[in-house]
Design a protein around this ligand. Sequence first.
Ligand SMILES: Nc1ncnc2c1ncn2[C@@H]1O[C@H](COP(=O)(O)OP(=O)(O)O)[C@@H](O)[C@H]1O
Ligand SMILES: [Mg+2]
Length: 279
Amino acid sequence: MDQASGLNRNGKTSRVKVIAVASGKGGVGKTNTVINLATSLAGFGDRVMVLDADLGLGNLDVMLGLAPEYNLKHLFSGEKELSEILVEGPRKIRIIPAASGIQEVTRSGTREQQVLMEQLSAYEDELDFLLIDAAAGISDMVTGFVRAADAALVVATPEPTSMTDAYALMKVLCNRYGEKKFYLLLNQVADENEARQIYGQLSRVGEKFLDITLIFLGYIPKDASIPRAVRRQQAVVEMEPQAPAAQAYVELARRLRRLPLNDKSGGLHYFWQRLTGAG
Ligand SMILES: Nc1ncnc2c1ncn2[C@@H]1O[C@H](COP(=O)(O)OP(=O)(O)O)[C@@H](O)[C@H]1O
Ligand SMILES: [Mg+2]
């Protein structure tokens, strides 16, 4: 892999796009977004890995009816390799299950981070996307992943608390770390009008007070198919592909695939450098 150009041995661009899915407030739909986005991307033929980085409350595996025997805890303790803790989700997406009760793994230079990233880099040529389900809020762990990713996808709902918390998250990332660009996904909205209106409000205050650019990536309607899929522990895009929320996720995946995401240098190697503050 020629890291500078992003070309692999065959001269093809092999560049893992790392997307961190974050939110100010919990319960806004991050995990559902990661699951359905990953499954939709796989439906387009992309090779996708998902990292459940919500180390306190990770439940991505549960939402897919998976019961992984091992998780990040076993990787960090050295008991298992990444290949041994990976589980397969719908359409062969590869999932790294979260460990509960581990805090602050992404502090600069921690051994845990190093273990994870070293083993992830072995997948450099095998992946098109790495989606990270980050925890809610502004812990070091969340900000670390968001800063290191190629794109920060902020999920918010029309609830005022979700909007203010999304703004607070972007403010911290901007003021502390100079992050200037965010992608917004509005979830649980009534229609596109409502989504555009909320986007307008958030992007106006973001531009005015933080000088950030907020890009509208799309919206997912409030749809009873989502809680139904959660209860049946399936991805809605597989369970009810005709449901409005499912179609919106496929459209979101289509848009995400078209994003250039060239602002930061590419690949897992650079992700790792940025995560540790070396790059
Ligand atoms: N578009 C939607 N329409 C209806 N309900 C939704 C939608 N998105 C999420 N939900 C509900 O919100 C709950 C929380 O979603 P989840 O993805 O677990 O949020 P987070 O990961 O941000 O905590 C889900 O269990 C689901 O019932
Ligand atoms: Mg979640």
